[in-house]
Design a protein around this ligand. Structure first.
Ligand code: ARG
Length: 568
């Protein structure tokens, strides 16, 4: 595909006598096509050129010649807007989609780069709630998109499988074994045991001491305690796998916190050697007060390690094992301070500079229900498997009412129900809190997953009605020059750029928004143009455009983890 951005950057660079590689990063895509296809914000050069942006714009416009690619250039305030020759861009996009098919938009910008993505990472023996769902969906989308752009991507599920709570679980199970059947509804049973033993610990210090001993026994390899701990872990994972299976989420590693139990001494040694480890009331800490980050606790006064110590061991391990250029942590923003602390402390572990600079906390906002806050105790936590099932059931009911003859009803309802939930989790910027509302998520006309699926199915039925798929050679590009068609072309052209932005900003919502925009542009085109037409040439062009939109919608949705239905 023709890289217009690069062509424009080279022209600007030549005119301003600057480096095109720098200029290319400044070029933007305007919010609407009336403002051109690409815009150059001249204020970026104000300092270097010591001129006001409008003056720079005027000067550049004077120097840059229009050619076969660029139709016109206009000044708008401090911006220089570039309008691409519509026939050239139409040919370039449609040909590329024809050639690349379902690999359209893929590139090798990540080639040779290793990226670890730490995501989902739930705590064992606790329910998987809708916060984890958002995490899982965001992480998995980032995973798929990085892979698509050629990165060597490693997905890690850093399970919370370590700590005194397992000592507690064992103690509770020892006491009340006969009252529970862990095989049936394991997480609920575990939660029940956990709440009960916690209450007992509060009343009785001796019980708490026993729990601590149990945990110590796990660490020391006591067969009973280790076996019990493995059992809780296996049962939980079995439950989590159901959810991952439904969502189509996979990991390359399940090395959780416990994996680092024998790898923490080295962290302590390294910090000690670096001279940053200090004693504080019997505990060992790294003092980060000067950086405004409080203290990072490495060993508690009772000699036990912390969540932070294990994360530091994980950084060391991942840097060695994967030689990562980037390591993303998809974790709620409540843990902001934790990640600032460990990234700062990681400077003393002696890992390569590139790994150190590649540490990034991808913080996402809370998920709330329209009914208010969740609480494990009050039982207002919505369990994710139940939520996913309800989404599917609700869609199935609608299909039953409106289209009872539909083939493979259950399969299609599953794709739509899950698509709705996944999209809802990705459609707002990840830093924002999210309110989960059934009516919004499942609305087929709103800015939702089902809307995109609906538009996709429409492109398919256009092809069915036509009864054939024209080839690129049969398309007269002149017949796609109306505004509605051209808005679709512009959206299609921008796909790869959107994917690049998702990786550079760790923001999958950009792709979700993009798919809405493409769907809306196609809907406009569909409403304004008669596609199945007596004029065969007109029909060829419009059917061809529909086919291309279908490919990009499907590819984009799959990168978010959404499957496309065949009928709707
Ligand atoms: N298990 C933690 C939690 O549920 C999240 C772990 C995130 N990953 C990490 N490397 N700290 O809060």
């Amino acid at each position: 595909m023709i890289d217009f951005k690069k062509i424009i950057a080279e022209k600007i660079a030549k005119a301003a006598e600057l480096d095109a590689n720098e200029i290319v990063n400044y070029i933007e895509i305007p919010p609407n096509t009336d403002m051109g296809d690409f815009a150059f914000p001249c204020f970026k050069l104000a300092k270097t050129l010591r001129k006001a942006p409008p003056a720079i714009a005027a000067e550049l416009k004077e120097k840059i010649e229009v050619d076969e690619n660029i139709e016109k250039i206009e000044i708008a305030g401090g911006y220089l807007n570039f309008y691409i020759n519509r026939l050239v861009i139409t040919a370039s996009v449609l040909k590329e989609i024809e050639n690349a098919g379902d690999r359209y938009g893929a590139n090798n910008s990540g080639e040779g780069k290793n990226i670890v993505i730490d995501f989902s990472s739930p705590n064992i023996a606790k329910p998987f709630h809708i916060g984890h769902l958002r995490n899982t969906v965001i992480g998995s989308a980032l995973y798929k998109i990085h892979k698509y752009l050629g990165y060597n991507t490693i997905g890690v599920n850093h399970l919370g499988d370590y700590g005194t709570q397992f000592g507690k679980m064992i103690e509770g199970y020892k006491r009340w074994e006969n009252e529970y059947n862990l095989e049936e509804n394991p997480i609920d049973q575990c939660m029940d045991i956990y709440v009960r033993i916690n209450n007992l610990c509060k009343e009785d210090e001796e019980v708490l001491e026993k729990c601590r001993e149990n945990f110590k026994k796990i660490e020391d390899g006591d067969p009973y305690c280790v076996a019990m701990w493995n059992k809780f872990k296996d049962l939980s994972l079995r439950e989590f796998q159901k959810i991952y299976g439904m969502l189509g989420v996979t990991f390359d590693s399940y090395n959780g916190e416990a994996f680092y139990s024998d790898k923490m001494d080295e962290v302590v040694e390294k910090l000690d050697q670096a001279g940053v480890l200090t004693d504080s009331e019997g505990a060992k800490i790294v003092d980060l007060e000067e950086q405004g980050l409080g203290v990072c606790m490495i060993k508690k006064s009772n000699d036990s390690t912390t969540y932070a110590t294990r994360d530091l061991a994980a950084i060391l391990y991942r840097s060695r094992t994967y030689d990562f250029d980037k390591c993303l942590y998809v974790v709620a923003y409540e843990q902001n301070l934790h990640f600032k602390q460990i990234f700062e402390t990681a400077k003393y572990l002696g890992i390569p500079e590139k790994s150190l600079n590649g540490l990034e906390h991808v913080a996402y906002g809370m998920v709330r229900l329209t009914t208010g806050k969740m609480s494990t105790r009050e039982g207002t936590v919505i369990k994710v498997d139940e939520l996913l099932q309800e989404a599917i059931d609700r869609v199935e009911k609608v299909i039953e009412e409106k289209n009872p003859e539909m083939e493979n009803k259950h399969e299609e309802a599953t794709k739509i129900g899950l698509g709705a939930v996944i999209f809802n989790n990705l459609s707002t910027s990840i830093v924002k809190d999210l309110v989960f509302d059934w009516d919004i998520a499942l609305n087929f006309n709103g800015e939702t997953g089902p809307y995109i699926q609906y538009v996709y199915v429409r492109t398919k039925s256009v092809l069915e009605k036509a009864g054939y798929v024209p080839s690129f050679e049969e398309v007269n590009l002149e017949l796609l020059q109306d505004k509605a068609s051209q808005n679709v072309i512009t959206s299609l052209y921008n796909f790869e750029n959107v994917l690049m932005n998702v990786t550079s900003k760790s923001e999958p919502s950009l792709l979700a928004r993009y798919l809405i925009e493409l769907s809306q542009n196609y809907s406009n085109f569909y409403n304004e143009n008669k596609i199945i037409d007596d004029d065969k040439a007109v029909q060829n062009a419009r059917v061809y455009l529909s086919k291309s939109v279908g490919i990009v919608l499907k590819t984009g949705a799959e990168l978010l983890g959404i499957k496309m239905p065949n009928k709707m």
